[in-house]
Design a protein around this ligand. Structure first.
Ligand SMILES: C[S@@+](CC[C@H](N)C(=O)[O-])C[C@H]1O[C@@H](n2cnc3c(N)ncnc32)[C@H](O)[C@@H]1O
Length: 256
């Protein structure tokens, strides 16, 4: 298990789960294939590839999560009921989050039925969820920073935890955010970092068994957590490996 820490692994997650102890992972954030026949990814998104396996994936995730720890599971709008029903078999279903997305509106996204205005995310836990951490997220206004009544000026103010930070409302990255988009399903690292800070502590282990381009890894590293990233496709694996290698050379940020 120790050898998996802060590593990117090129494998089927079911193989790697075998090496992860029961009750050992502090947080899982993941975006698995949805089973909606999405055609732009280099992975099998057929109904059978996903729905023959999702029960086993969730069973393993429930086994390795620590008691009371949290799971954030990106799920499709199509078939969402199926995902919720299966999550309830293995974990405690707490909430369904709905985040806005940047639309691409390409002919292929329309063809793929991916033009919904919202990205859904299941928030679940192993048994009763532990409390959220307080997070420092509201930037203090310049006027309050200078105000005489402010005896302890701080750049950020603690926000009572809520899933959606009003400054970070999109689940994905802007279509042209990166010179070359890393992955067709790339998520917004800021919102993942926000959940990581709410749901885990510094140096705790964050797992993403379907890492894609490695967004969870980036967010975990910047938040000073340890990560385990698993990606089955070799091409995407190489992207994550490079992304994490470059990132790990940089100093971690203490604030956004
Ligand atoms: C929806 S994408 C994740 C995208 C990611 N959230 C990001 O920000 O880039 C799902 C990924 O899971 C990978 N995958 C599919 N089946 C897998 C399996 N059994 N084990 C590990 N990875 C798998 C796919 O290759 C794909 O890259």
């Amino acid at each position: 298990m120790e050898i998996l820490i802060n590593k990117v692994i090129n494998a089927d997650c079911m193989e790697i789960f075998k090496n992860i102890n029961d009750n050992s992972i502090d947080l899982i954030i993941t975006d698995p294939p949805y089973g909606v026949n999405f055609e732009e990814g280099l992975y099998d998104d057929s109904t059978s590839a996903v729905f023959d396996n999702y029960g086993k994936w969730l069973e393993e995730m429930a086994r390795i999560l620590k008691k009371h720890s949290h799971l954030y599971l990106f799920v499709p709008t199509l078939q969402v009921e199926k995902w919720i029903t299966e999550v309830k078999v293995h974990l405690r279903f707490n909430n369904l989050l709905a985040l806005q997305v940047y639309q691409t509106n390409t002919s292929s996204s329309i063809k793929n039925n991916f033009t919904y205005d919202l990205q859904l995310v299941i928030y679940a836990s192993k048994n009763k969820a532990k409390d959220f951490n307080k997070v420092k997220w509201i930037p203090t206004s310049s006027s309050w920073l200078k105000d005489k009544r402010n005896t302890n000026p701080q750049p950020f103010t603690y926000q009572y935890p809520s899933f959606i930070n009003s400054n970070i409302v999109r689940a994905n990255t802007k279509p042209n955010d990166r010179i070359k988009r890393l992955h067709p399903n790339e998520k917004n690292p800021q919102i993942l970092r926000y959940w990581i800070e709410m749901s885990s502590l510094v140096k705790e282990i964050v797992l993403d068994p379907f890492s894609g381009s490695g967004t969870t890894g980036e967010a975990a590293w910047l938040a000073d957590r340890q990560f385990i990233l698993i990606e089955k496709n070799e091409q995407y694996f190489k992207i994550v490996k490079k992304r994490m290698k470059n990132l790990m050379k940089q100093k971690r940020l203490t604030e956004f």
